[in-house]
Design a protein around this ligand. Structure first.
Ligand SMILES: N[C@@H](CCC(=O)N[C@@H](CS)C(=O)NCC(=O)O)C(=O)O
Length: 184
């Protein structure tokens, strides 16, 4: 709780930010180059090519999905969990009735969950007994994580299939944006 998620990855892949900022330009581009190489050769390779089962992720872990007690952006993630047969905690925050629309059920905890970009929906996963190693927001990032971990056949078979998924996502997003406001 309260611990930044990015720190976990920075400590593995990115050099100390402060000393990095103090480098002169030449030194800076060398460091930058090293970071990029490290990310491209190690991190991306790991994410794109290695099956989820080999990521040392616990496929039996029980994730927590946080969202309002409505369908909204939460429904698609709930459907995905049901489709994958993954048991999850469906933490629903109460959105108060008008005219006040009290959001305090969420805002009271919003900045205490260790989320880098606190928002709803969020996903907490991979609890090691004390902390969640995975703390995500952004609906699409959450859905891709769920697929990469539990349903790799839907998303990350290879670069071509993945890019087709990305393309469809962007097209659907445009369609959805056009439909959402008129619906509300
Ligand atoms: N880009 C974000 C948007 C998330 C968002 O707008 N969440 C709304 C509900 S649909 C919210 O009430 N967030 C809580 C907050 O802003 O504190 C995503 O796709 O997940």
């Amino acid at each position: 709780m309260g611990q930044s998620n990015l720190g976990h990855f920075q400590s593995q892949a990115v050099p100390n930010t402060q000393s990095y900022m103090m480098q002169d330009n030449q030194e800076e581009s060398k460091v930058q180059q090293e970071v990029v190489e490290k990310i491209v050769t190690k991190e991306v390779e790991k994410i794109v090519e290695v099956p989820a089962k080999l990521h040392n992720l616990n496929l039996k872990s029980k994730p927590t999905l946080g969202y309002w007690n409505i369908r909204g952006l939460g429904a698609q993630i709930r459907y995905l969990f049901h489709y994958a047969g993954v048991e999850f905690e469906d933490k629903m925050y109460v959105y108060g009735p008008g005219p006040d629309y009290d959001r305090s059920d969420w805002t009271n905890v919003k900045f205490n969950l260790g989320l880098d970009f606190p928002n709803l929906p969020y996903l907490l996963d991979e609890n090691d007994g004390q902390n969640y190693k995975v703390k995500l927001t952004e609906t699409m990032a959450i859905m891709k994580y769920v697929c990469a971990k539990w349903l790799p056949e839907l998303y990350q078979q290879n670069a071509v299939e993945m890019s087709v998924c990305e393309m469809l996502q962007d097209k659907l997003q445009t369609l959805k944006q056009a439909a959402t406001m008129p619906c509300y």
